[in-house]
Structures are given as structure tokens and as C-alpha cells.
Design a protein around this ligand. Structure first.
Ligand code: 5GP
Length: 193
């Protein structure tokens, strides 16, 4: 998505060799005009799927998921909560996740009330790195017997290979921007196929 790539080049800041900060338009301040275009792009990519809900994880996935849901007739948006205290309860689906950016382990939790075998789910997240967060969300859907129809990612850090991990689970992934490298503080996008 050209508009997104231009914005990443303009406002993205590289931290170390593998983290990108985009807090001026998504991770802290949110640019609704850009997010509206992102929602439209995901709608175009997944217009063929029988969607009942969009699933994401707090916090940064929520705004993207909401703007995408606007394009899918305001379908419900469900977000997994992050539980760092490891308090387990019976009425939730749970998946352990390692946070790449924080270096911590946590559990993603979704109430059993909001996810069932009748659901057809589009998973949305802001970044795909090692694929841990998305793999956790897929695990939660599968615990519920829900069908994962696809995964929409705003920025895929292709050099971290999380994409292979998710596609190996038989799930289609659409990424709007694909980063080949962040070496030497420079952002390089993947060449188009
Ligand atoms: P993964 O689990 O695929 O390694 O990482 C995905 C999760 O970590 C996303 O939910 C995202 O919030 C966070 N994340 C991973 N890489 C980055 C990054 O370069 N920048 C930011 N802002 N978040 C990231």
C-alpha cells in the first residue's frame, strides 16, 4: 500500500536493528484518515470471506480492527486482553505469548462468551514479527472451534519470518507493507513480486 509505505518512510523511526516506531500515526497518536484507507485495503483483500467478527489484541491492534470493521458492515470487534499476572479462570480461552518488543511473556485471553464454533474470524494486528502474537490468536480461535478466514497485518517485518509460521498453519496472510530490512537505521521494503 503506497500511502502507508510513504508514511512509514516519512515518520517511522528505527530502533536498533529490528524495531520500528510508528507512534506518530498508529502506536500512540492515531491518524484516522490513514487508518480509514487501511480498513478499505483490508476489506478489498478479504471481501470474499464470510466474516462474523474481527479479532485483535490490545492495545495497538484495536484502532486498526475498528476501522476495518467499519468496512465490513460494522461487524463486532473482539480484542484479546493481555494478562501478565497469570491468573487463570475457566470461562476464557488462553494462549501464552512472548512479547517481542517488551521481552516479556504474557497470556492472551478471550472470554468464551464472545467466540464460538460458528464464528468466521479475520485476525488483524499492527505488526507481524516472529508471529507469536498472531499464532496465539489463531490458537484461541481453534480452542473455540472458530474458523480463521485470514490474517491482516499493517506492517510485516518479513526478515523475521513470522509469515512462514502463520502460513504453515494454513492461514492466508495479507500485509499492507512488507519490510525487508531495518539495517543501519534504514527502512527497506520488499520488492513487489
Ligand atoms: P510478533 O509476536 O509477531 O513477534 O510481534 C507482533 C507484536 O509485537 C505486535 O502485536 C506488535 O504490537 C509488536 N511489535 C512487533 N514488532 C514491532 C515493531 O517493530 N514495532 C512496534 N511498534 N511493535 C512491534
Amino acid at each position: 500500500m503506497k500511502l502507508l509505505e510513504e508514511r512509514i518512510l516519512k515518520d517511522g523511526r528505527v530502533i536498533g536493528k529490528d524495531v520500528l516506531k510508528i507512534d506518530s500515526f498508529l502506536n500512540q497518536q492515531i491518524d484516522l484518515n490513514l487508518l480509514e484507507e487501511i480498513g478499505k485495503a483490508f476489506h478489498e483483500a478479504f471481501s470474499d470471506i464470510p466474516l462474523t467478527k474481527i479479532l485483535t489484541i490490545e492495545a495497538s491492534g484495536i484502532s486498526v480492527a475498528v476501522m476495518t470493521a467499519r468496512e465490513f458492515n460494522n461487524c463486532p470487534v473482539l480484542f484479546a486482553k493481555k494478562d501478565f499476572s497469570r491468573i487463570m479462570v475457566d470461562d476464557v480461552y488462553v494462549a501464552p505469548i512472548h512479547s517481542f518488543t517488551k521481552g516479556l511473556d504474557y497470556h492472551a485471553i478471550v472470554s468464551k462468551r464472545f467466540l464460538s464454533k460458528d464464528d468466521h474470524i479475520l485476525i488483524i494486528d499492527d505488526f507481524l514479527g516472529n508471529g507469536d502474537a498472531v499464532a496465539g490468536l489463531i490458537k484461541i480461535c481453534r480452542q473455540a472451534g472458530a474458523t480463521v478466514e485470514g490474517v491482516g497485518i499493517v506492517i510485516e517485518k518479513s526478515f523475521m519470518r513470522g509469515i512462514d509460521r502463520i502460513e504453515n498453519k494454513g492461514v492466508r496472510v495479507v500485509s499492507l507493507a512488507r519490510i525487508a530490512s531495518l539495517k543501519d537505521g534504514k527502512i527497506h521494503f520488499m520488492e513487489e513480486d
